[in-house]
Design a protein around this ligand. Structure first.
Ligand code: UT7
Length: 323
């Protein structure tokens, strides 16, 4: 018998305010055509003033708990992936814990930028496999609108706000790759590339700072690394790219998503795509895509999923999961 971390529930939350590409035409030298053609993005959601990352996370968490038929008291741990926590500390995860009324267990944030949800899933899986928690709420939540330089057309048109969450629970499996749950993970980082995607502020500068990106460079790394990490994760459990039912990629750019699917030998029919509606929501993009994939009747119990992401660090990785 092998312990597995199995998905029991999924939920998401998007702030009410929807901003179409055309809105940026009023203040920037940009166009709906450019944004669509270069990124695939058509619209994104922005949090209201005063609406923080933990507010979004709580909504997604409640939806995931409802879907699982569980209450906050059933949860042993919260792992929250974010790069836009409300405050420097305490963690957004403990704020969510308090807001949910959860008075036992433990909660912490994971910061791996756009790869954050992959890292959070890997951490949650490790907690479950090591017996430290039986039920883990894994959340990806971001308010990247708070770190946008609204005068920088090369970044501010790309990002959005949102949150998604999964409830994972311990279940005994056979140890074969036909089991439900997380089957393998592959994590990577290379800190030499910090200059190509970073925020130019933080505690040491006593400012919040703004996101800075050399888009072309990040694009190049993404196309080179994403199919590879997905393949590595699949190979660890004796699976091949062709065995995958659904690719659930980080939603940064439709051209990256297409190139990765092509490298994996899949058509776009096998890919969950939400970038047109959400923009790049960093650590929230994968759980949002999972929630949308389920809601649209695409992802079904027993399907084999591979999910992959890359972002600031650089940090990247993949998770193979049977839904
Ligand atoms: O989630 C974390 C990971 N992030 C990513 O994966 C993002 C990866 N990068 C990308 O998605 C793409 O590189 C971008 C969408 C950011 C940019 O697309 P690109 O095809 O790499 O364009 P570019 O940066 O090479 O810019 C092409 C041109 C430039 O003008 P020149 O130098 O050719 O005259 C830019 O100044 O487009 C210009 N440009 C714009 N034009 C209109 C840049 N931003 C805009 C804009 N509107 N918003």
């Amino acid at each position: 018998m092998t312990t597995r971390a199995v998905v029991r529930g999924v939920g998401h939350y998007l702030p009410d305010r929807v901003v179409r590409n055309s809105e940026f035409e009023k203040t920037l030298d940009t166009s709906d055509e450019w944004i669509r053609a270069r990124s695939g993005i058509e619209r994104r959601h922005f949090a209201a003033e005063g609406q923080s990352t933990s507010d979004l996370a709580v909504r997604a968490a409640r939806a995931a708990l409802d879907d699982a038929g569980m209450s906050p008291g059933d949860i042993d741990a919260i792992v929250l992936a974010t790069s836009t926590a409300d405050l420097t500390f305490p963690s957004a995860a403990t704020m969510v814990q308090a807001e949910l009324g959860m008075t036992r267990g433990f909660a912490f944030d994971v910061q791996a930028v756009c790869a954050g949800f992959i890292y959070a899933l890997a951490n949650a899986n490790a907690l479950i496999l090591s017996g430290q928690a039986n039920r883990v709420l894994v959340i990806g939540a971001e308010t990247f609108s708070k770190i946008m330089d609204w005068t920088d057309r090369s970044t501010c048109v790309l990002f959005g706000d949102g949150a998604g969450a999964l409830v994972l629970e311990t279940q005994e499996g056979s140890g074969r790759n036909t089991d439900r749950g997380i089957l393998s993970t592959d994590l990577n980082s290379d800190g030499r590339h910090r200059e190509i995607l970073y925020v130019d502020g933080g505690v040491s500068t006593q400012t919040t700072g703004y996101l800075r990106m050399q888009g072309k460079e990040v694009f190049r790394h993404a196309v080179e690394k994403l199919a590879k990490t997905a393949h590595t994760a699949l190979t660890k459990v004796g699976l091949k790219d062709k065995d995958v039912d659904w690719i659930v990629p980080h939603q940064a750019n439709l051209r990256i998503i297409k190139a990765t699917a092509q490298k994996m030998g899949h058509s776009m029919d096998d890919v969950i795509v939400t970038v047109q509606d959400h923009g790049n929501t960093s650590a929230a993009s994968i759980p949002l895509a999972l929630a949308v994939g389920v809601a649209r009747g695409k992802i079904h119990r027993g399907d084999l999923l591979v999910t992959e992401a890359i972002g600031g660090g650089l940090a990247w990785g993949a998770v193979v999961l049977r839904w």
